[in-house]
Design a protein around this ligand. Sequence first.
Ligand code: XMP
Length: 606
Amino acid sequence: MQHDAIAVIDFGGQYAHLIATKIRRLHVLAEIRQPDDPIEAFHHYKGIILSGSPSLSSFGEDSTYTKAIYDLDVPIVGFCFGHQEIAKHYGGTVVHGGREWGPADLRVAGNCPLFKGLAATERVWMSHFDSVTSVGPSFEEVGFTTLGDSGTPHRFAAISSNSLRRYGFQFHPEVDNTVHGTEMMANFVFDVCGCQPSWTMERYVEERVEQVRQQVGTQSVFLLASGGVDSTVAARLLGLAIGPDRLHLLHVDNGLMRKGESDDVLETFRQFGLERNLHFVDATGVFLSALDGVVEPEQKRRIIGDTFIRVFEEEARHLGIEGHLLGQGTIYPDTIETGGTKRADTIKTHHNRVPIIEEMIAQGRVVEPLADLYKVEVRELGEKLGIPHKLVWRHPFPGPGLGVRLLCSTGIEVRDGFDQTEPAVAAATGRYGLAATALPIRSVGVKADLRSYEHPVLITGQASWDTLLELAAAVFREAPGINRCIWNLGHAHPARVRPLPATVTQARLDLLREADYIVMDGLHRHGIAESIWQCPTVLVPLEIDGHGREFVIVRPIHSERAMTATPAALPGTLLSELQEAILRLPGVSGLALDITTKPPGTIEWE
Ligand code: XMP
């Protein structure tokens, strides 16, 4: 059957693939295309979408794509970078400046079919350094946002040319945080492009099973099974495609698991009747000695990924199945954040995308049946494949485990750029009457599709949840070098915060495991574990006013696809319980709640 289809041109933006996913959920086939694909590749589409990009349109970066698309008589819409490119192509201006992160209110003005049925003000999601400051003669401004308290209009957040059927949004309608983003895309796909909905998830499963069968042929697969949602769904799908006899599962305890996790995982696979080919290795010692003395986050990630493969190969040799293909439950965010599409920036190297694995992929030795799905689709698929609800909806846990939640330090304070950062932080937080300090350590984040490695701000004082979030947004907008805000749940606002030398050790991991257990137990006891998407607990080696050596941070978030996130509020009674239990743990210097959206922070700290 022929389906109406939309082309999504992937300029390397973090959300390019999400656009395609969202359109497929409208039952319309969407395909990813590269910017330099020949024009013939675009002839059968009913519409084209230009994605965001880590490149800067204002400086003419990435401007050599197939411009002949603009001569086609099909509707085109661009998001973020794509919006800027459309504006420029038709005589508008793009400048470097006017940056916005996270939520913004779009005031809809003028007449644009993409806003049909929507309100005069819409909550949208921003992540950009550049902005459009004028449009060409056939275009009109159809939406603007306001910047900060000043209420100054931030112009051209949405532009439209009904005669040319060209449209542009500075914001990202594809992310869940743009409340009616799906409606905007549906208006484009159905009303403007005239597509018929005929594409389904069942069809996707059939295609994927067939693809796995073709790739695997008569070989067998050895799957790294952490026991998380992704590897469990991958195990089920592989089982469906090649049968249980040719599928071996390996669960590795890397010493970076949660308290009691490996025992639970093995029990779950046994309950699934998969014990015959289920293998287990306790490799705690191997991982800890490989990580000994390492501080830099990307180096830690690479070591963890490489060590997984070493352990896997050794176990395969031991079992005499070294010729098997490597199976992984890799999902799309793992690939995109590792810089795994042509133009994307490396935000962080996911454990299943380290160079050794990239080599194995190039040799055709890796099977990844979920590699183009997001978590929400993996869950939907998991439910379709009969995996119990409780397992499908458990919190995601990263492959490198607690390794990316245990920050390490040389003990040297990092204060680069603080002469500009500190006054800006003080000005923003001072307006709200709260105390704040930029911390002399860094964590990983994402800003305008680029990796950032910047400082958190610790905020102390009482304020409503909404005020705290508003304050955090103001700090991100106004203070350079900041990608996180955390709210102090510990003692008085500190006069002196000092990083201490620390690496990955058994004792630190045990402390983190204990704090994490307290947090997860609290979420379950209060009945809110399922309504929160994920809740990392993080340990940072910080001494506060001469006391303690480990600062604990709790990061509850709401998300759907992990590409964006908003901080989740916790009930006051739970916060008091956490204060009571965590501040009592030996060596703990303080406790804070992470109140950062993604962007500019990532969900994990490293
Ligand atoms: P970030 O920190 O990039 O995380 O916002 C997005 C989601 O991915 C998980 N995560 C990983 N999952 N291997 C994984 O399987 C990894 O290396 C990895 N790093 C982050 C993270 O927990 C969150 O759900």
